[in-house]
Design a protein around this ligand. Structure first.
Ligand code: CA2
Length: 159
């Protein structure tokens, strides 16, 4: 079974424990269970990984870049947390693995928040973006990845 990576960046391990008004009350293990269940329904094995370290996220993107080349992975759903707004290194990692489709995902609507959250270094390297749908956004991003990246997807409109 092909793999999909669900990757979470800094502080997302605190999900459900603090700031429920902004990020909801679902914990990261619950979000990861939701993603694994959605993956199973869609026919993929979902691997979940969270790191508070930029380098840990970069290593995981490199690993999935290799799996993608070997046709063992379909792509990645990535919430880079605050690194979204700061990290040229994450941008370069996604560009550097050359091909791995990455769907950027944010729980909150970053464009309705502080101006420093309006710019993303990751977006120009992403295949697509899901923003502001709470933790359901992860499942929406997984579905979008599968619908757009599956080899036999017929993307033509019905006549
Ligand atoms: O809305 C998102 O998903 C964000 O990526 C979340 C990041 C934030 O820096 C981005 O601008 C938007 C913050 C993740 C921290 O998550 C926490 C969860 C609970 C309590 C504290 C932090």
């Amino acid at each position: 079974m092909k793999k999909i990576l669900v990757l979470n960046g800094p502080n997302l391990n605190l999900l459900g424990l603090r700031e429920p008004a902004q990020y909801g009350s679902t914990s990261l293990p619950d979000v990861e269970a939701m993603c694994r269940a959605a993956g199973q329904r869609l026919g993929y094995e979902v691997e979940c990984f969270q790191s508070n370290w930029e380098g840990g996220l970069i290593d995981k993107i490199h690993e999935y870049g290799r799996l993608y080349k070997e046709r063992l992975a379909l792509g990645c759903v990535f919430n880079p947390g605050a690194f979204t707004h700061t990290s040229v290194a994450l941008h370069d990692a996604i560009k550097g693995v050359d091909g791995l489709p990455v769907v950027e995902c944010h729980i909150s609507n970053v464009h309705a928040r502080e101006p420093f959250r309006h710019h993303s270094f990751v977006s120009p390297a992403a295949a697509g973006i899901v923003i502001g749908f709470g933790v359901q956004g992860y499942v929406i991003a997984l579905e979008a990845l599968v619908r757009t990246q599956e080899q036999d997807t017929d993307q033509t409109l019905p006549r």
